[in-house]
Design a protein around this ligand. Structure first.
Ligand code: GLN
Length: 536
């Protein structure tokens, strides 16, 4: 394969402009022309990974097949490209410094003074090129987290400056900015973009393409002005107008010819992108024939980003069923105060979300009980599955002290407990059961019907497990264990066969749902909720 081309995406003016979505949309348009593309995110914080971050800090922690705990933008990359990412796709300042310091301790710098330039920047440059060096990709898009001018991003910007110099025509810089609309003046303003580009130029980087987030169409004059002040071609000023769904952004970028301009600048042939599947997904998404209400019970509901992949999985599954899924976010602590009936009675399906720690647990147990007793379709994910087990233990088996050892260390009935090897772990970072594990499904079970096969692989992120000492007791009381890890014997899926649709999964199906491949668990959960609504 000819040498890999590198596209760098930087951001200016403000954060939250959607660099991840722009990067994913560009990748999507390149992939739809037959190019093999991957996207990488550089995060300028000192944590090794977001695994130890509270979801309120940074939103959901996305997990890859190889067990990397990563930024939620990687979820967008997978959902838009339908291709798995890996540890190499997310690099933090912490990881860069850790490896440089490790090398220093091993004496690999031959007595030299270790410095940001060249040692840290060299490490960044080599991490950027890791994916290209696999030979699997014609184009690597690297998104640089943060906003230009941040102290934290400086070494990354400097590494990109060096690399674009070395790569010459094989690289490209895209700068995403905001063109605000001042309603009092009735005008779009280009000055923040001009200043942002100046900031980038101060660091020695010249953007080749400007992508401008805006609430109003830019118009030729604004584009001309930006081109003139920022040293870019006029057709390289790309308007990114607000869209009602992120999934429309690739089509908006197609209209604006983002990928065409990028390919021309990289001296690569261009053709018409094949967006038929994408368009038919959007058509189904935009023209639902039915509507259902699903309650998402969790404790981080104030911040929707904490449940990003679950929300997107419902978008995919809703479109697959031509059904609008109205997700109602229910704070589990509110359930404790107001009781289940008042908050859950209008729902067609109930999902109890993943999570950590004690807060809100009793509310989650109330939600499980309500779904179980009222035969409302139920999906419990990770902690949600553990809650289903605890609830069944307490209310069906009569084990009043059934609990998870995570919440009550001294409980007499630790139906959810740590495995022996987890008991020895002392560190919090990167020590959970992480990444893809196989799971064997019991023939004729609901799980088997949902997946349509006997062996599946799903991603994990948890410390605690179903305690197999209780397996027989639960079986006798009517709970079915329909997914088992064939290597360890650990329980992966629980069901209640005499309930219309009740499933708890120890893994995270939401990490694997994409536009091209909506996850079967979500597709069937939506279908069951729709059936529940029509019967009601
Ligand atoms: N806190 C639970 C555990 O560590 C569940 C984790 C989760 O829901 N991701 O096992």
């Amino acid at each position: 394969m000819a040498s890999t081309k590198y596209i760098f995406v930087t951001g200016g003016v403000t954060s939250s402009l959607g660099k991840g979505i722009i990067s994913a949309s560009l990748a999507n348009l390149l992939q739809a022309r037959g190019y093999s593309v991957t996207i990488q995110k550089l995060d300028p914080y000192i944590n090794i990974d977001p695994g130890t971050l509270n979801p309120y800090e940074h939103g959901e922690c996305f997990v890859t097949d190889d067990g990397a705990e990563t930024d939620l933008d990687l979820g967008h990359y997978e959902r838009f490209l339908n291709r798995p990412t890996s540890q190499a796709n997310n690099v933090t300042t912490g990881r860069i410094y850790q490896s440089v310091i490790d090398k220093e301790r091993k004496g690999e710098y031959l007595g030299k003074t270790v410095q940001i330039i060249p040692h840290i920047t060299d490490e960044i440059k080599s991490r950027i090129q890791v994916l290209g060096n696999t030979g699997n990709y014609e184009i690597v898009i690297t998104e640089i987290g943060g906003t230009v001018g941040d102290i934290e991003s400086l070494p990354f910007i400097e590494a990109v400056r060096q690399l674009t110099w070395e790569l010459g025509d094989n690289s490209l810089v895209i700068h995403l900015t905001l063109v605000p609309y001042l309603s009092a003046a009735g005008e779009l303003k280009t000055k923040p973009t001009q200043h942002s580009v100046q900031k980038l130029q101060e660091s020695g980087l010249q953007p080749d393409i400007l992508v401008c987030r805006t609430e109003h169409t830019l118009g030729e004059d604004i584009k001309k002005k930006l081109a003139l002040f920022c040293n870019v071609d006029k057709d390289s000023v790309i308007e990114s107008i607000d869209a009602d769904t992120i999934y429309k952004v690739p089509l908006l970028m197609r209209e604006q010819k983002l990928a065409e301009v990028a390919l021309r600048k990289l001296d690569m042939p261009t053709s018409e992108p094949d967006m038929r599947d994408w368009e038919s997904f959007l058509k189904r998404l935009g023209n639902p024939k039915a509507k259902i209400k699903i309650g998402l019970v969790g404790k981080y509901v104030e911040l929707k980003d904490a449940y990003k992949s679950i929300i997107e999985s419902f978008t995919h599954a809703g479109a697959a069923n031509e059904t609008e899924v109205d997700l109602e976010f229910i704070h589990s602590e509110n359930l404790e105060e107001s009781g289940a009936e008042s908050l859950l009675k209008d729902l067609d399906g109930i999902l109890v979300a993943p999570g950590f720690g004690e807060r809100g647990i009793e509310g989650k147990l109330l939600a499980v009980k309500y779904a179980r007793e009222n035969k409302i379709p139920f999906l419990g994910i990770c902690l949600g599955m553990q809650c289903a087990v605890i609830e069944y233990g307490r209310n069906v088996l009569g084990l009043n002290t059934a609990h998870s050892a995570e919440i009550d260390r001294a409980t007499k009935d630790p139906v959810i407990d740590l495995m022996e090897e987890q008991k020895k772990v002392v560190n919090y970072g990167g020590t959970m059961r992480l990444g893809a594990c196989n799971c064997e499904l019991v023939p004729k079970s609901l799980a088997h019907k949902v997946y349509g096969k006997g062996m599946i692989s799903e991603r994990h992120r948890h410390r605690f497990e179903f305690n197999n000492a209780y397996l027989e007791e639960y079986r006798k009381a009517g709970m079915a264990f329909t997914g088992i890890n064939p290597e360890t014997g650990l329980v992966e899926i629980v069901e209640i066969p005499d309930h219309p649709w009740f499933m708890g999964v120890q893994f995270h199906p939401e990490y694997k749902s994409t536009v091209h491949k909506p996850h079967p668990l979500f597709v069937e959960f939506v279908r069951a909720s729709l059936a529940h609504k029509t019967q009601a």
